[in-house]
Design a protein around this ligand. Structure first.
Ligand code: HOZ
Length: 432
């Protein structure tokens, strides 16, 4: 086929141009498809459950902008709210009423969040929450878990998931050893490791930060009692418990994983859905801890675009919809996601392909391994070459999965019976 007749001709042209100007042609590494092979389409627009590329191809979307698009793309109420806000001015760098409007909605959904601060990304939310925990406790050490990703701040890139795991790199160049010397990276779902760390560093651990359901090593649920015990251990040792709900917040339930598992953390970090697709994050929790932030307290944190009017408008429209239709939305997401995840697993089984599905609500991962996946070590036992082959075949069939074995797939309210059928048909041809 002549190159110009290729169904991806325009995307290739755009990629070549981007590569001359942006490292790898991307602004975030996982977008480059390096772990799965194939070439990333350039997106022109999106609607509901579908992405449309620059060549006019349509893809059923299973990464949903990496999580935010729980209501599907271009959700009308969010689009209208953004348009109206934009017409009033894009950014003021001064307080607006909408910040407290969105904060009120968040505190209704997350009772553990008594006060919060908006930032522009999940990275900022986690980085700031950790600084606050250190400032509040006067301690330096932080426990994180292997395969969990809390954004790309220096101290959190130790044994991180997401793109770091995808590219198989141990951390990142440019992070001085001194910067990461207070980060203790322990295996997820291993309580003994946490007990030993508290014993080894008495009175020195500021906080434990954890993705309550790991999404950044692929989906990995907590073992029964694990989160409860993290809560008990942090309380016993005077450390703060930070639940990183950037992915799980408003997704696993309106109140995130903490509602699902009945855990009350000291601090919570949020991102993705909270901004309805616009750059927005937040961290919040106990009022006595949050009041340690400047201007009330000694912990400094700031941001020109924090509480941005467009992000607040999109977040409010999104949360209002989730809150108004909670009873319908979450059971529907559960049902649709189960049909997709289990349906494809059944097709894989018939084809003799070993697959382990991990799913919690509307986030899931098909791990190409026969063994249970309970931590980053067991996730890493997956056959990533087979995943890459599957990914390319699904792309060919018009289904766009997250381009890494170590990322979660997400389902939106715009995915319905037709999308389930389309996915199963694509999987049949992929496994054939
Ligand atoms: N880290 C985010 C979720 N795994 C995706 C953002 C990105 O790496 O591009």
């Amino acid at each position: 086929m002549p190159v110009s007749d290729s169904p991806h001709h325009r995307s290739r042209q755009l990629q070549q141009r981007a590569e001359r100007l942006l490292p790898g042609g991307v602004d975030s590494p996982v977008r480059a498809f390096r772990a799965v092979g194939g070439e990333p389409p350039f997106v022109e627009r999106a609607e509901g459950a579908y992405l449309f590329d620059a060549d006019g191809n349509r893809y059923l979307d299973y990464f949903g902008s990496w999580g935010p698009m729980i209501l599907g793309h271009a959700f009308p109420a969010a689009v209208e709210a953004i348009q109206q806000a934009a017409a009033r001015g894009a950014s003021f760098g001064a307080s607006i009423a909408a910040e407290a409007d969105l904060a009120e909605l968040v505190t209704k959904c997350f009772p553990s969040v008594e006060k919060l601060r908006f930032v522009s990304s999940g990275t900022e939310a986690c980085m700031s929450a950790i600084r606050l925990a250190r400032g509040f406790t006067g301690r330096n050490f932080v426990i994180k878990f292997e395969g969990c990703y809390h954004g790309h701040s220096d101290a959190m890139l130790v044994k991180a998931g997401s793109g770091v795991a995808t590219l198989g790199i141990p951390g990142s160049a440019g992070v001085p050893a001194e910067t990461a010397q207070h980060t203790l990276a322990l295996p997820f779902n291993d309580l003994e490791a946490v007990q030993q760390a508290f014993a080894a560093y008495p009175g020195a651990i500021a906080c434990v930060i954890v993705e309550p359901v790991v999404g950044n090593a692929g989906t990995i649920p907590p073992a029964a009692g694990y989160l409860e015990e993290l809560r008990a251990l942090t309380t016993e040792h005077g450390a703060l418990l930070i639940l990183d709900e950037v992915m799980t917040g408003f997704r696993l339930s309106l109140g995130g994983a903490q509602q699902l598992y009945g855990i009350r953390p000291d601090l919570t970090t949020l991102g993705k859905i909270i901004g309805g697709g616009l750059p927005c994050g937040a961290f919040g929790g106990r009022a006595d801890v949050m009041d340690f932030l400047a201007p009330l307290g000694p912990v400094y944190q700031a941001g020109t675009l924090s509480g941005n009017p467009l992000a607040m408008a999109a977040g409010i429209a999104t949360l209002q919809e989730l809150m108004a239709r909670e009873d319908v939305i979450y059971p529907a997401l559960e049902k649709t996601t189960a049909a997709i995840a289990d349906g494809v697993a059944g097709i894989a089984r018939e084809a003799g392909v070993a697959l382990t599905i991990n799913r919690v609500g509307s986030m899931f991962t098909w791990f190409f391994t026969a063994g249970a996946v309970t931590d980053f070590a067991s996730a890493s036992a997956s056959d990533t070459a087979a995943f890459g082959q599957f990914h390319r075949a699904m792309m060919e069939a018009g289904v766009w999965l997250p381009p890494s074995q170590f990322e979660a797939a997400f389902v939106s309210t715009a995915h319905g019976a037709a999308e389930v059928e389309r996915t199963l048909a694509a999987a049949r041809s992929a496994f054939a």
